[in-house]
Design a protein around this ligand. Structure first.
Ligand code: BDP
Length: 328
């Protein structure tokens, strides 16, 4: 009997009770993922799904939708918050507009290094961010690595902030990233990930910014041949679950799902390191000019206004920002 049939037959009260009873026996979690199937995150999610199915004896299964087929990331975040979708493997960047705590990791140059990011996210900082998510309808089970994001474009290599002047650059949907590009005198265009390739190709934008695996996996390197290692953003990602789905599980099931997510994060972080190196090699073999930036100081100096504006607008997050900057 379908749910709508039950609703029609028994009326809402009975139908909800019937649904809960069914859910306790078998629950399918629908999970959003933007990446291609051989991406480190996708492989780790598959391992997560397998472990959950195995350890719950099939009571809980995870149906993964890769390649962003369930829609763009800002929409998917809202759907998980509302419990329309059960899970998502999200970057924290596009979460800022609805979950303010996540914005602290979208501040340019906030983490001094990737190891520092791991340590902080696996500790108090990650807990504080997850608490912020919980208040808005979802929670983070584990944190995935997303490396450092750098600028790429089809016009010129970027060595100093002056090289960004006048470039039209796509950013993820979050005003912080618009402010970041504008602080470098570039023109920022927030846009869905899936539209970036065509937009660079047709000249709607000159370029974008991302980590090497994403620059490579969706072929942006083919249309933007200058990759400049500004490494201005280190934004972790989450394996997130809606409060609705989480609250529908027994404590034992929650434990299994949580542990499987943490295990998948360990795998993801290892796969990530290898993939980053492989992507750097592949894009260079594909004709990309990569340049390193020895002194990032001039870029960091330009971000003072982004920080000032953010801290003034979010006094309750000053402490969390301090925790990251003072950490490690
Ligand atoms: C990738 C993230 C993905 C974002 C994408 C983007 O893993 O979640 O959607 O960047 O730039 O690195 O939109």
């Amino acid at each position: 009997m379908t749910l709508s049939h039950k609703l029609r037959t028994f009326g809402t009260g009975v139908a909800v009770a019937a649904l809960t009873a069914t859910a306790a026996q078998a629950m399918e979690l629908r999970a959003w993922n933007i990446h291609v199937e051989d991406y480190p995150n996708s492989i780790a999610l598959e391992a997560f799904a397998a472990e959950v199915a195995d350890k719950t004896g099939g009571e809980i299964t995870v149906k993964l939708f890769h390649n962003g087929v369930l829609g763009n990331q800002p929409d998917a975040i809202e759907q998980v918050r509302l419990g329309i979708l059960d899970m998502g493997q999200f970057n924290l960047g596009p979460m800022g507009p609805s979950i303010p705590e996540t914005n602290v990791v979208s501040l340019p140059f906030i983490f001094p290094s990737i190891p520092a990011m791991y340590e902080l996210m696996d500790g108090d900082v990650g807990d504080a961010i997850s608490a912020g998510m919980e208040a808005k309808g979802m929670r983070a089970l584990a944190w995935y690595d997303s490396g450092a994001r750098s600028f790429y474009n089809s016009v010129r290599p970027i060595n100093s902030p002056a090289d960004v002047e006048g470039l039209k650059l796509r950013v993820m949907s979050n005003d912080l990233f618009v402010g970041m590009v504008e602080a470098l005198d570039g023109n920022a265009t927030p846009m869905a990930f899936g539209e970036v390739y065509q937009s660079i190709k047709t000249g709607v934008v000159d370029g974008a910014e991302n980590n090497p695996p994403s620059y490579h996996s969706v072929n942006h390197f083919e249309v933007a041949k200058y990759y400049s290692l500004t490494e201005h953003l280190i934004i972790p990602e989450c394996v997130c679950i809606s409060n609705a789905a989480w609250d529908g599980m027994s404590a034992e099931q929650q434990d299994i799902v949580y542990t499987a997510a943490r295990n998948s994060a360990e795998q993801q972080r290892e796969l990530w390191q290898a993939r980053e190196a492989a992507s750097m090699e592949a894009v260079q073999a594909g004709g990309v000019t990569v340049n390193t930036i020895d002194d990032k100081g001039p870029f960091q100096d330009k971000m003072a206004g982004v920080y000032d504006g953010f801290l003034a607008a979010n006094p309750d997050l000053v402490e969390l920002v301090g925790l990251i900057r003072g950490g490690s």
